[in-house]
Each structure stands twice: as C-alpha cells, then as structure tokens.
Design a protein around this ligand. Sequence first.
Ligand code: 4AZ
Length: 272
Amino acid sequence: MSVKSRRSLLLASGALLAVAAVTVPVVVGTASADPGSGNQARIVGGEKASLGDHPYAVFLTDGGGNQFCGAVIVSSTAVATAAHCAKAVAKQDIRVVAGREDKRTDDGQVLGVSKVWISKGYSDPTQGDDVAVLTVRGQLDYRPAKLPGSDDTSVYATGTKATVLGWGRVADGGARSDYLRSVDVPLVSDSECSADYNVYNQKTMVCAGYPEGGKDACQGDSGGPLVVGDTLIGIVSFGDGCGKAGKPGVYTRVSAYTDDIEAQARPRTLFP
Ligand code: 4AZ
C-alpha cells in the first residue's frame, strides 16, 4: 500500500468537505490516488523469475478472478500475506493460485480459503503488524518457504541482498505483470529507514532498496515474499511510490511473527 494514496485520500476527502461547504461542483482528480503509476510501475528494475527457484510464491485473486496481491506458502495448508491484502477481499471470494508463473495460463492449482488470521494489533500498514495467514481448502502441492527463527537477527544484517517476488502492476492504473518477476534489493539499516519514513518501526518492519532507487516492489506485489535463499524474511507492505531514491520498500519483519505464523500454518489434525 502506498503512502501517497493515503495522502491523496485525505486530500480528496478534504476537497469534498470544502465542496460540500460552498456547493461549488469540483471534479476530484482521478489520477491522484495512483501510487504505482509514473516512471516505474511493476516489480521495478527486475526480471522474469521462475517458480522452479521460488515454488512458494503464489498470488491471490478476487471475486472477479483478478490478481490483487501476492502471498507465500508456509505449509501444505497455509499461505502468509499482508493483513491489508487479507482485509481487501471477502474470505469467500479469495482464491490462492499456486504453481502458475504466467497468469494467462491455467497452470497449477486454485484453492479457496477456509480461515483468515490477521495479526493482533493490525490497523494500517504504516502502523505495522501487516501480516495475515490464510488457511486453504485442500492441500498445496508446492514447497513452502522457511521461516526465520523468532530471535534470528542475523538474517536482517544491513546490506544483505534479498529477493522480492511478485506479479505487480505494469502500467498506470491498469494491467499488472502477467509473469512472476523478481528483483534483488539490499536490506537497509533501521536508522536509515527511520530517516526515510517517520512511521518506521524496527520491531515490526524492515526496509530494502538502493539509496538511488530503481529496484523495488510496487502495487500488486503487496503480500508477496522477500526472501534470502529460501527463508522468508519479509512480506511486501508499503512504500512511498516505487523505486524512488531515498524511499525503499517497507516489508513486514517476518521474524517478529514466526511463532504466530507457525501456529496458523500447522496442518489440520484430523483427530486431535
Ligand atoms: C502497494 O501499493 C505498494 N515500493 C507496495 C509496495 C510498495 C509501494 C506500494 C513499495 O501495494
């Protein structure tokens, strides 16, 4: 989710109030709340990626069958995603699509969702706790990502190159990438990211990107994985635009939620 879209919404509601007060008709801009638009609108600066390398990368579709977020397999019965993704679409309408690199094919499997767990405390991506676990109906046939230890700080060492994956948007306000894409981005220190975002919380978030920008996650990549090797260290959460200098991507810090995710990911026991 973008910082700019929230600002635009606030500005737009302010404008509407002003309009109501003086009853002068004003057309509220349509292009305003479109953060992924502009120069760089997809997994920015990346390349096509392979599910052979990242079989745990999945996407979510809505009631219309449209991809709206990414997610990541964490067990044979569960995927992790962003809380803001899990809240965006009614549970009965969400589908988890696994094993499909190209959205235009019918490769892989499509599973419904029987349970949605959203992190305690979640209200908004910029407040942290932007993580959810969806329990699927049936079984996922693809290998899960590994989770970091709940006290593992080593995987978050500044400068570590991590890989973000997604099917995020390709053009202004419209089409997203048909193919899975990935880009490698270095982890940013907590002090640097605090300077970049006043809402940054080092307990619940981690940032990744180059100081000069150019490589990043973008709209539609939300909920998808940031991995080091096969270990899930982040979940795409928010940012100010995409690929902007001094505005790295902000990710949910997975190690802060490993215990919760593991509890939710535990395969259903038939006879408890
Ligand atoms: C979004 O709106 C979004 N550059 C996701 C990630 C980033 C920005 C926006 C990070 O879903």
